[in-house]
Design a protein around this ligand. Structure first.
Ligand code: DGY
Length: 316
């Protein structure tokens, strides 16, 4: 019997491509002059997909009659139509745990940057304003005394909470259901959480359920000292409502690592000193991305050797 056939629709890290090539027949169409013809020719034999951000919907998987597994690079898998994959008995895996600390570090970094306007302060030095105009203006925001509402207390949310405790922040949370093993107050309603906090940390996945969950009402409930940090998915915030809340001073600021239509970032978010924008770098260190890549490989190897995925996506 030949080696299982794995398709990588787009390039992945060398740690992934090298190991997959050693164990599987790997189709890498993207270097070819006509990638789609390569995919088309291989489609009847493809048993696994290794993907990073590629949208995988019902029509896409229809092309591969022998498909058994979609190994997604990333803890978030909003790019994969899990329901359609399950309907075809195609297993979907993701890369949890290995990135939680890295993303939580960025979440806290973004929070401090936003509250103390560190992006603007850094530009102040680069633009020679320190030399020519003097000290950077005092920031109206401080971390002292803040109450942090975490939307999505999963692995990443909990890693953020551990760090936030070290900054003496009070913590509350909202999610699908209360968790027995956490000491923080739970709010069944997101707007209710926002009203009890002045800092909202979005660590929720991008799903149909969370889409635009951070609405005008939630933003206004945070109040004029309110700060929103998003390291989850851009779709969770109603971006138009966020821009309006910032422009009308209904909230104090926002720190965003993720956006609704990446890599596009709406101009109103780019021109304000009370907004910090990052290019979706939550997990983007070599160390962590390699660990995520290894998990993609481990899932495919385990599936084809033992018929078991290491980290299948949770059942909904
Ligand atoms: C993920 O893994 O989902 C993060 O957003 C990093 O890409």
């Amino acid at each position: 019997m030949g080696k299982p056939v794995i398709l990588l629709p787009r390039p992945m890290l060398p740690v992934v491509t090298r190991q997959l090539t050693e164990r599987f027949e790997v189709i890498l169409p993207f270097n070819d002059i006509d990638p789609d013809a390569i995919v088309q020719a291989a489609a009847p034999r493809v048993q696994g997909l290794a993907v990073m951000g590629t949208p995988i919907d019902a029509r896409y998987i229809e092309r591969f009659p022998k498909l058994e597994i979609v190994a997604n690079f990333g803890v978030g898998y909003d790019n994969v139509a899990v329901y359609d994959c399950s309907a075809r008995d195609v297993v979907v895996t993701h890369t949890p745990d290995v990135l939680s600390d890295e993303v939580a570090d960025i979440a806290i970094g973004l929070l401090i940057m936003t509250v103390r306007q560190l992006g603007a302060a850094e530009r102040w030095v680069r633009d020679r304003n320190w030399l020519q105009k003097g000290s950077f203006p005092l920031t109206p925001g401080t971390l002292r005394g803040r109450t942090l509402g975490i939307f999505g207390l999963g692995r990443i949310g909990k890693a953020i909470a551990r760090r936030a405790e070290a900054f003496d922040l009070k913590i509350r949370y909202h999610g699908r259901s209360p968790q027995a093993d956490v000491p923080y107050p739970y709010h069944a309603d997101l707007e209710d959480l926002a009203a009890a906090c002045d800092t909202l940390m979005i660590a929720a996945p991008g799903t149909a359920e969370t889409r635009h969950a951070v609405s005008e009402g939630v933003l206004h409930a945070l109040g004029p000292h309110g700060v929103v940090i998003n390291i989850g998915r851009g779709s969770v915030i109603d971006e138009a409502a966020l821009i309006d809340a910032l422009e009308t001073d209904r909230i104090m600021g926002a720190g965003l690592d993720v956006f609704a239509d990446e890599p596009f970032v709406p101009r109103p978010l780019l021109i304000r000193d009370n907004v910090v924008t990052l290019p979706h770098v939550g997990s983007a260190s070599v160390h962590t991305r390699n660990a995520m890549g290894q998990l993609v490989v481990d899932n495919l190897v385990s599936w084809f050797e033992k018929g078991e995925a290491v980290t299948p996506v949770p059942e909904t």
